[in-house]
Write a new protein. Structure first.
Length: 176
């Protein structure tokens, strides 16, 4: 049991299971992008630990950059994407992989994909540590998924509850 602020969370995906699966996703990306020098666009803050673990397992030439967007207030997704901040590189002609902590309604990712695709990358795919298919509100392909999970609120491994809990080294789910 973990208390994050005023809420109780219970273990959901342990560190070893999580990291073994992330390594597997990293190996798959390495196969798919050999000779493509992919550009990982990591969405802060939530994806920082997933991105670190993932990219350690991608032993091919690649580049990494970080952006910020925000769409969440406390435990409910608002779907309000603010502008993309911090993207200094041109992505034109690049093979882009957006690295996200979790796809919930998919609204954030959809807007992000739209905003990045106008810059004409050669290809653009999504790698998300967690994916809640039942929460999806828009058509979206998440090519690289760590774990598909049910539609419940989770914290840990970069994911926060009101800015706390990002430091937990496993995924915890809000207790009923
Ligand atoms: P979406 O636009 O897909 O609904 O939401 C995407 C963002 O909402 C994620 O990047 C993440 O920051 C936040 N989010 C969605 N579901 C959860 C969840 O279960 N736990 C936490 N901590 N954040 C979530």
């Amino acid at each position: 049991m973990q208390v994050v602020r005023d809420k109780q969370f219970v273990p959901f995906i342990d560190k070893q299971t999580l990291e073994e699966r992330i390594a597997e996703v990293g190996r798959k990306i390495s196969e798919d992008y050999r000779d493509k020098n992919p550009l990982f666009v990591v969405v802060l803050n939530g994806a920082f630990l997933f991105a670190a673990e993932l990219i350690k397992n991608v032993p091919i030439p690649c580049e990494i950059t970080f952006v910020r967007v925000s769409s969440y207030s406390k435990t409910e997704s608002t779907g309000q994407l603010k502008e993309i901040l911090g993207l200094k590189e041109s992505i034109e002609g690049r093979h882009v992989i957006i690295v996200e902590d979790i796809v919930d309604t998919g609204l954030t990712m959809n807007k992000l994909l739209f905003q990045l695709s106008v810059q004409k990358p050669d290809s653009i795919q999504v790698a998300s540590m967690l994916f809640k298919p039942a929460a999806l509100k828009t058509p979206l392909t998440v090519k690289y998924v760590g774990f598909e999970i049910e539609n419940r609120f989770v914290v840990g491994y970069g994911l926060d509850y009101d800015e706390q809990g990002r430091n937990l080294d496993a995924i915890y789910v809000l207790a009923d």
